[in-house]
Design a protein around this ligand. Structure first.
Ligand SMILES: *Cc1c(COP(=O)(O)O)cnc(C)c1O
Length: 399
C-alpha cells in the first residue's frame, strides 16, 4: 500500500477530518449531535487568546513545561549519533497524556459541560483525566474493562483517590474496546452536560486533530530548544512510539512539512510480527473503520478486530490514528515493529546509561535507534513519552 509522496501533499486535516484517505467521522446517528457540537466549536475555542493564555499557564505551572531537551551523551556514543531526549516523562503524572487532558477540560468548560467521561485501558489516560477533573472540580467517570481493573489496580486506586468514579466494563473481552463502548454509550445518553475526553489521536473527527494540536507543544518546544543548543531547528530524525499515536503526533507536528526531517514511528511487535501475539498495526493491518475513523487496523478476513498483544499496556491497541495511517501510506513516516524483548533491553539500557527509567511504551522508541542505520553527523530526537515507575514490576519480572 506504500505509494510515493506527492510534492504538494499536506499533512493537515481537511474540513471533513481527512488525512488523505484516512480519518473522517463514522459514528452512529445517536452520537452525531455531540460530535458535531465539538466540531463546530473546537477551532474557535482554541484560537481564543484567553483560552490560549489559560492553557499555556497550566502547562507551565501545573504540568511543568517546557520539559527539558536532554543531550544523552552515553547513549549517543553507543548508537553513533547525537541523541536528544524530549523529557515528557517529567510531566506531572509521568507522561505526555496530561497535555491533552488539560486542553480538553478547558474546552469542556467553555462548552458548559459539568461532567467528564473517559475510557482507559492501562489506566494512564484515566489518571490524567481524573487529575484535571480534580483540578477543575468537575465530576469524572472513567470506564475500564473489569479485567484491566484487576491487572492495573494501582491506577484504579489513583483514580479513586483523585475523586473519579471508576466503572467496570463487563461486556465482551472486558478490556479497552469494551470500556470505549461503555463510555460512548454514556455520552449518547448524556449529550447536554457531558464531554468525552479521548486519550489519543483516534476517534471521529475532530478528536484526532484536536488531540494532535494539544500535543503539538512537544514539537514546538523541540524546535526552539534544539535551535538554542545547536543553531538548527530541524533534527535529522524524530522518533516516537505509537499506541494510538498522540505522543508521536505531538513530536512530529511542527516537522510534518519539513521533508528533511525523517519521522520514525515504532509499533509494538509483541512476541514477533508473525507470532499471532502482536500490536504491529501497519505491518499486519488493513484499512477499515475503528472507533469512528477510517484508519489501518488489525482485523480478520471478515473484518473482525483482532485482539492485540504487547507487553506494554499503552501500545496494546489494534489500530493507529488516521494521521499515522496517512504518514505510512505516503511513505512520510518510517515504521518499525519492536518486539517485547527488544523494548525491554532498550529500557534496561537507558536506565544504566543515562539514569532514566523509561516507560515500557517509550522503550519501544529507544529500541529503534540501533536499527536506523545512523551515522555520526545525525541529530536524533527521541520523544521520551513517559517514566517507568508504573512498569517496575514488569521490568523486575524480566530480569
Ligand atoms: C499511553 C502511552 C503511550 C501510547 O499512547 P500514544 O497516544 O500513542 O502516545 C505511550 N507512552 C506512554 C508513556 C503512555 O502512557
Amino acid at each position: 500500500m506504500q505509494s510515493t509522496l506527492e510534492p504538494q501533499t499536506s499533512f493537515a486535516v481537511t474540513d471533513k477530518g481527512f488525512y488523505g484517505r484516512f480519518g473522517g467521522a463514522f459514528i452512529p446517528e445517536m452520537l452525531y449531535p455531540n460530535v458535531e457540537e465539538l466540531r463546530q466549536s473546537y477551532l474557535q475555542i482554541m484560537a481564543d487568546p484567553a483560552f490560549q493564555a489559560e492553557f499555556q499557564q497550566l502547562l507551565e505551572d501545573y504540568v511543568g513545561r517546557p520539559t527539558p531537551l536532554f543531550l544523552a551523551r552515553r547513549l549517543s556514543e553507543q548508537v553513533g549519533a547525537t541523541v536528544y531526549l524530549k523529557r515528557e516523562d517529567l510531566c506531572h503524572t509521568g507522561a505526555h497524556k496530561i497535555n491533552n487532558t488539560i486542553g480538553q477540560i478547558l474546552v469542556a468548560q467553555r462548552l458548559g459541560k459539568k461532567r467528564i467521561v473517559a475510557e482507559t485501558g492501562a489506566g494512564q489516560h484515566g489518571v490524567a483525566t481524573a487529575t484535571v477533573c480534580a483540578l477543575m472540580g468537575l465530576e469524572c467517570i472513567v470506564y475500564m474493562g473489569s479485567i484491566d481493573m484487576e491487572r492495573q489496580k494501582p491506577n484504579v486506586d489513583r483514580m479513586r483517590m483523585l475523586g473519579a468514579e471508576v466503572r467496570p466494563a463487563t461486556s465482551g473481552s472486558q478490556t479497552l474496546k469494551d470500556a470505549t463502548n461503555e463510555a460512548m454509550r454514556h455520552w449518547i445518553n448524556n449529550p447536554v452536560d457531558t464531554h468525552y475526553i479521548i486519550g489519543s489521536v483516534v476517534g471521529p473527527h475532530p478528536y484526532p486533530d484536536m488531540v494532535a494540536r494539544f500535543q503539538s507543544v512537544i514539537s514546538e518546544e523541540i524546535r526552539k530548544q534544539l535551535f538554542a543548543k545547536t543553531g538548527r531547528e530541524n533534527p535529522d530524525y524524530v522518533v516516537a512510539c505509537v499506541g494510538g499515536g498522540s505522543n508521536a503526533a505531538g513530536a512530529f507536528y511542527h516537522f510534518l512539512n519539513e521533508p528533511a526531517v525523517r519521522l520514525v514511528a515504532t509499533e509494538a511487535a509483541g512476541l514477533g510480527v508473525s507470532s499471532g501475539h502482536s500490536a504491529a498495526t501497519t505491518a499486519l493491518g488493513k484499512p477499515g473503520v475503528l472507533h469512528g475513523s477510517r484508519t489501518i487496523l488489525m482485523q480478520t478476513e471478515d473484518g473482525q478486530v483482532t485482539e492485540p498483544y504487547s507487553i506494554s499496556a499503552g501500545l496494546d491497541y489494534p489500530g493507529i490514528g488516521p494521521l499515522h495511517a496517512h504518514l505510512f501510506d505516503t511513505g512520510r513516516g518510517d515504521f518499525y515493529a519492536i518486539t517485547d524483548d527488544d523494548a525491554m533491553q532498550a529500557g534496561f539500557n537507558l536506565s544504566k546509561l543515562e539514569g532514566i527509567i523509561p516507560a515500557i511504551e517509550t522503550a519501544h522508541a529507544l529500541a529503534a535507534l540501533p536499527k536506523m542505520g545512523l551515522t555520526p553527523t545525525d541529530v536524533v530526537v527521541v520523544c521520551l513519552s513517559g517514566r517507568g515507575d508504573k512498569d517496575l514490576s514488569t521490568y523486575s519480572k524480566y530480569l
